[in-house]
Design a protein around this ligand. Structure first.
Ligand code: NDP
Length: 449
């Protein structure tokens, strides 16, 4: 395993997030590799960390002042052993090949856990939609799709949203795909409701994460009733995480964006959440404006020089990170523990650093890795694909009940597999091993391809 990690470091320099994701998985699947010499013979580890295909392309676009800009587009098609490639598109200035590879790698195991038939991929661009007009975003999306359309399709690769890619961007991307291909197919998920989207898709990642967390609490005969929760981010995942926590009787004290965070001791109720949705989804404003509307709350600017995030340094019961990768470091994890947190359920992808994860496991906290707890988003994307294929739309109750069943099933899988491998209570090991075994067995069945 060390040789493999060393090899990717040499071959793919500078892809730190990718090494981190690979090391985390390889570390926990050691007992499986030891029991299955055939995996070694088939070079399964070497194959699973190598994308089946990497597409990188130029995305030129013109701003409202007729100035031309050039961004870089990516699609990493990581593994198709279980089905067509599936995974979101991220538009954020931090996007680079290493970040997209880490996300695609995680996606393979996550999709495997959902019980649906989906391979893993991820894509995006270093384009920053913040501060751009709708027309600029549209021109960018059209240029991006004018290359991507060659590589995707309902039986090949079905992208969705992620950071910076919501309903608006999916609409522009779909419009361009339809024009270029002259076909109306379920090639993207996260579509608007009246042209092929699924009910509950916007809610799915946040709701799914809270369902998963509720299952974890139930193992200790607890529930969200009266639990105080710290949530980071204020985008899609954070909003619907907050909504479901409220529905289950809990209280959310914090939300953030990349500029800073708000702490509302009274709790963010339905009315305040409606304000946040309008602020973020329609006005595209900053979270600090929350304190102008609700002066009882306190806003704190982000300060990277601190070495920790004060959002994670409040007394509470649960932490539901919902912003971005590596947002909880070792110091944050210690602060969470010192403040009495007993549950961490990841809405964002890889929000906890390896040091943080080590502390959570050492202190026997209920810790859910994102590839299990945030799989509700891609699961409902899979349900959107099923509805598109049947040309039907299921009612809200049906989709939500299927989401709940899937999250329950992922939770049970994590428990059963971690018990079987003698690591009871270690959801990270359970998720990695269960996701891994299903994918590698499919790879073995399909030969050396
Ligand atoms: P959104 O773009 O809707 O929201 C992202 C939020 O996180 C914003 O509040 C944003 O603040 C904040 N954020 C982003 N980057 C940073 C950063 N570097 N530092 C601090 N804050 C940051 O994205 P989503 O809610 O869709 O995604 C959030 C996380 O959940 C991501 O890790 C994503 O991969 C993961 N995820 C999303 C799924 C989905 O269905 N949408 C499915 C599974 C996982 P700002 O506006 O200032 O940038």
């Amino acid at each position: 395993m060390n040789e493999i990690i060393e090899k990717i470091r040499q071959r793919d320099p500078g892809q730190n997030e990718f090494y981190q994701a690979v090391e985390e998985v390889l570390d926990t699947v050691k007992p499986v590799i030891e029991r299955h010499p055939e995996y070694r013979q088939a070079a399964i580890l070497e194959r699973i960390i190598e994308p089946e295909r990497v597409i990188m392309f130029r995305v030129p676009w013109m701003d409202d002042q007729e100035q031309v800009h050039v961004n870089r587009g990516f699609r990493v098609e990581m593994n198709s052993a279980l089905g067509p490639y599936k995974g979101g598109l991220r538009f954020h200035p931090s996007v680079n090949l290493g970040i997209i590879k880490f996300l695609a790698f995680e996606q393979v195991f996550k999709n495997s856990l959902t019980t649906l038939s989906m391979g893993g991929a991820k894509g995006g661009s270093d384009f920053n939609p913040k501060g751009k007009s709708d027309n600029e975003v549209m021109r960018f999306c059209q240029s991006f799709m004018s290359e991507l359309y060659r590589h995707i399709g309902p039986y090949t690769d079905v992208p969705a949203g992620d950071i910076g890619v919501g309903a608006r961007e999916i609409g522009y991307l779909f419009g361009m795909y339809k024009k270029l291909r002259n076909e109306f197919t379920g090639v993207l998920t996260g579509k608007s409701l009246n042209w092929g989207g699924s009910l509950i898709r916007p809610e799915a990642t946040g709701y799914g994460n809270v369902y998963f967390a509720a299952e974890m609490l139930a193992t200790r005969e607890e529930s969200f009733e009266d639990k105080k929760c710290l949530v980071s981010g204020s985008g899609n995942v954070a909003q619907f995480t907050t909504e479901k926590v409220l529905q289950l009787g809990g209280k959310v004290l914090t939300l953030s964006d990349s500029s800073g965070y708000i702490y509302d001791e009274e709790g963010i109720d339905e009315q305040k959440l409606a304000f946040v949705k309008e602020l973020k989804n329609i006005r595209r404003g900053r979270i600090r404006e929350y304190t102008e509307k609700y002066p009882g709350a306190v806003y704190t600017d982000a300060d990277l020089s601190l070495g920790y995030n004060p959002l994670w340094n409040h007394k509470a019961d649960c932490a539901l990170p919902s912003a971005t990768e590596n947002e909880i470091n070792g110091q944050d994890a210690q602060n969470l523990i010192d403040n009495g947190i007993t549950l961490i359920s990841e809405g964002s992808n890889m929000p906890s650093t390896p040091d943080a994860i080590r502390l959570f496991i050492q202190h026997k906290l209920l810790y859910a890795p994102g590839k299990a707890s945030n799989a509700g988003g891609v699961a409902v994307s899979g349900l959107e694909m099923a509805q598109n294929s049947m040309r039907l739309s299921w009612p809200r109750e049906e989709v939500e009940s299927r989401l709940k069943i899937i999250m329950k099933s992922i939770h049970k899988t994590c428990i059963d597999v971690s018990d079987y491998y003698g690591m009871s209570g270690n959801y990270a090991a359970g998720a990695n091993i269960a996701g891994f075994v299903k994918v590698v067995n499919a790879m073995l069945d399909q030969g050396v391809v």
